[in-house]
Design a protein around this ligand. Structure first.
Ligand code: SF4
Length: 503
């Protein structure tokens, strides 16, 4: 594959975050007693070049993890607009569960009454016949105001109470917010295990289980189980878990596969439980080969067992990739954390991938993928901003752009085929034989559409673009005389008066 130079330096990100300013809120949180929380968030989720969120509110990640668990109640404490957006999004994604809310106003926030209201809500919700755990989440304003969730009781009538701070000015992406809650629950479960016997997980198998970290497509654990079987291993509980008892099962694994590489707090708990962590994942031939070796060694599998595992899947993966070659130049960007793995698989299938951007940070668990991609001329951008992803796409001019909604929108405006990462790529198997087969199909279908996209762009040329947009006009609308000039002068006067106040 030809190697392209790395994309030119991208423009600075524009716009301001919804929480009104990271520095201001961070300072407020520290002044209100949250220094330890903010320091830990900074350490676990190092910041990037841009002020997040550029996509959805990060707290959606932890909210979703809680909502997907059986017998777990979820309560939010935050501004009404944030809670509305988060609740709306969770139901849009099919939560079918109640999202609890403790509202506040300036008075309850300042007097500390909000904390009392939260405590009352937690007591009211913590019914053992309904729940194993209650999760209460501080969003931006309560975190910045220092609402002390750590002072809540740890348990009420046998129901675990878990308070977490997930501020947008401390957790850069919704992916990492999943880790905030998963790590907090693993810590709680680990402490329970250390104190004595715990409940037996519902589907517990007496086997040498490997815990899989990451929200995976349902077929993926099955495919990974096939890889593990010849080594006497099984695909065990996944983290994030679906039920409280699964946390015990996850901690009981013989090894842990950090398939999604941004679960820093969760890995800390697994390490505290003495578990070996393995990065990367079984994608393509080379990726699967290396992963079998790493996970086999971490779980104590012998050389012959690892060879048997290779023999069981590698010829089939090789065959599938050879039968479905991808001949296209592709850029990959997203915020799911699996972007590097997707790029690896595409390259192994024959694609040219000059750029991969991920909103997630660099961690040691994606290092094998990063090194493999760099060796093949791919520019890897951690903490990529939308501006960087767009700049790379415009420079590379790919046959297919895989990315986030605004990137896909831009590509389609240009008449370039594009795929939305979250809905189209994450909603498919990625690992082992099934992953190799599924990726080729969707890429081939999309890249064939380039010529059609080009025709559509020329057909609709000029329609719906700013000045001519809208319905009900027989000809291009005309501005009222002098309108733009007056607005320009008003803006200039406003800017000048603000400048005067500042000096
Ligand atoms: S909680 Fe913070 S980051 Fe999330 S929507 Fe509200 S202000 Fe924005």
């Amino acid at each position: 594959m030809d190697t392209l130079p790395p994309p030119a330096a991208p423009p600075e990100p524009s716009g301001s975050p919804c929480h009104g300013g990271r520095e201001t809120f961070d300072a407020a949180a520290r002044a209100a007693g949250k220094t330890e929380v903010m320091d830990q968030l900074m350490k676990d989720y190092p910041r990037g070049p841009h002020d997040q969120p550029q996509s959805m509110c990060p707290a959606f990640g932890s909210l979703r993890v809680g909502l997907r668990m059986r017998r777990v109640a979820t309560i939010l404490s935050g501004s009404a607009c944030c809670v509305y957006g988060l609740t709306f999004t969770s139901h849009f994604y099919g939560a079918k569960r109640t999202v609890g809310y403790v509202p506040f106003n300036s008075e309850t926030l300042v007097t500390g009454k909000l904390f009392e209201d939260i405590r009352d809500a937690v007591h009211e919700t913590a019914k053992p016949e309904d729940y194993d755990a209650v999760i209460i989440t501080n969003l931006c304003v309560p975190t910045a105001s220092g609402v002390p969730l750590d002072l809540l009781p740890k348990e009420i009538n046998g129901v675990r109470i878990i308070g977490i701070d997930v501020p947008g000015f401390g957790v850069p992406t919704h992916a990492e917010a999943k880790d905030v809650l998963t790590g907090a629950m693993l810590r709680y479960a680990r402490n329970e295990i250390e104190k004595g016997p715990v409940a037996r997980p519902r589907n517990y198998k007496e086997a040498r289980n490997v815990c899989l970290i990451g929200e995976l497509f349902p077929a993926d654990p099955v495919g990974i189980g096939q890889i593990l079987a010849p080594m006497g291993l099984s695909a065990g509980a996944q983290a994030p878990c679906r039920e409280w008892r699964d946390l015990y099962s996850a901690l009981d694994s013989v090894a842990v596969a950090a398939l999604h590489p941004f679960y820093t707090a969760s890995v800390r708990e697994f390490r505290a439980a003495g578990r070996n962590i393995v990065g990367s994942g079984p994608v393509g031939v080379e990726g699967t080969d290396a992963w079998i070796d790493a996970i086999g060694k971490a779980a104590g599998a012998s050389e012959s067992e690892r060879a048997a595992a290779r023999q069981a899947v590698l010829p089939a993966i090789r065959g599938v990739l050879a039968a479905n070659p991808i001949k296209a130049r592709i850029t990959v960007s997203g915020y799911e954390g699996s972007e590097l793995l997707v790029a690896r698989l595409l390259i192994e299938a024959g694609a040219e991938v000059p750029y991969v951007g991920t909103a997630c940070p660099r961690t040691e668990w994606s290092d094998p993928d990063r090194e493999w991609l760099l060796a093949r001329g791919c520019h890897v951008q951690y903490r990529a901003s939308l501006e960087q992803d767009l700049a790379a796409m415009l420079e590379v001019k790919p046959d297919l752009a895989i990315g986030t909604t605004p990137l896909v929108q831009k590509a389609k405006e240009l008449g370039w085929p594009a795929l939305y990462f979250t809905n189209m790529i994450s909603a498919r198997p990625l690992f082992s034989i099934a992953g190799a087969a599924s990726m080729a199909g969707i890429v081939a279908a999309q890249t064939k559409g380039r010529e059609r996209f080009g025709r559509m762009v020329s057909f609709f040329e000029g329609v719906g673009t700013p000045d001519a947009a809208g319905y009900g006009f027989t000809e291009k609308p005309v501005d009222p005389p002098g309108f733009r000039d007056r607005q320009r002068k008003l803006r200039a006067a406003k800017a000048k008066s603000e400048e005067a106040v500042g000096t």
